[in-house]
Write a protein that binds this ligand. Structure first.
Ligand SMILES: [Fe+2]
Length: 269
């Protein structure tokens, strides 16, 4: 499986504090079936001042440590990029990294406040040739009262990433509810661990994979943790899956295993 969202690099943000913890996170990920992982520390102006240069360096150094410890986990450069008005320029000039130098990057809005002009920023990014991957909309507290913003971001070209722990209920009932809603509407492009440590918010996608497979079918689970993440790392073109299935009848009326996930399964198989 391919995990495109992790805070495994030591000392760069609120994720792993040191190399020992990073190695333990890598061991846990591998034991759970993860073979490839994007290292995506936070980039938040004034708080986590990371950029392409120091992230690339940290990835190279963790790669060496993994080799020495004989842990078979392939690493990729990335970042969990908080919204900023100059983001299109920063990405264009390579100051902040996309995922493995592709057109795709993790796009993180604030958790508790819907920022003004979020859609305008997303549109500017798309027009600049990038594909924002909206991180964990199911966990955004403003998503509840502004669900249509998530729908519009999806329609204008943002991919949707759920956090694996949300799907298994570890982030509470609201995050679970919105995870299932987004899945049932056929909007979920990828799932990722967003791991922050070896004991708190551990890595691993297998439990979420099983939950998605049960709800939407094995094909969809595979698409979310293998096929689409691998397309992203290879910079192959991807349309948000939600775009294809927008404006279809209510998920309640589709299928008996949870709506569009199963419809998608029928279409793709
Ligand atoms: Fe994150």
């Amino acid at each position: 499986m391919i995990d495109l969202h992790s805070h495994i690099l030591p000392g760069l943000d609120d994720g792993s504090p040191n190399i020992a913890e990073s190695l333990e996170m890598a061991r846990l990920a591998v034991a759970d079936g993860t073979t490839h992982m994007a290292c995506t520390p936070h980039i938040v102006p004034g708080m986590y001042e990371n950029g392409t240069e120091n992230i690339v360096e940290a990835v190279r150094s963790l790669e060496q440590a993994l080799r020495r410890a004989e842990i078979p986990l392939a690493l990729y450069v990335g970042a969990d990029i908080h919204i900023a008005p100059d983001l299109p320029d920063q990405l264009t000039h390579g100051k902040v990294p996309t995922l493995n130098s592709s057109r795709y990057f993790l796009f993180e809005p604030p958790h508790h406040v819907l920022p003004p002009r979020l859609e305008e920023l997303a549109l500017r990014l798309v027009k600049a040739g990038f594909v924002p991957i909206l991180t964990h909309p199911e966990r955004l507290t403003w998503g509840k009262a502004n669900y249509e913003v998530v729908e519009r971001l999806n329609r204008l070209g943002c991919l949707i990433q759920l956090t694996a722990d949300s799907i298994i209920g570890a982030f509470g009932r609201t995050a679970l509810y919105y995870s299932e809603k987004l899945m049932d509407e056929g909007r979920v492009d990828i799932i990722a661990s967003d791991t922050h440590g070896a004991s708190r918010r551990r890595p691993g996608l297998s439990q979420a994979y099983d939950a998605v497979a049960k709800r939407c079918g094995e094909d969809q689970a595979y698409n979310m943790v293998v096929r689409r993440p691998s397309d992203i790392l290879a910079n192959r073109p991807l349309e948000p899956v939600g775009k294809t299935f927008a404006n279809k009848p209510s998920p309640d009326k589709v299928g008996r295993f949870g709506g569009f996930g199963c419809l998608l399964k029928a279409v793709s198989s």
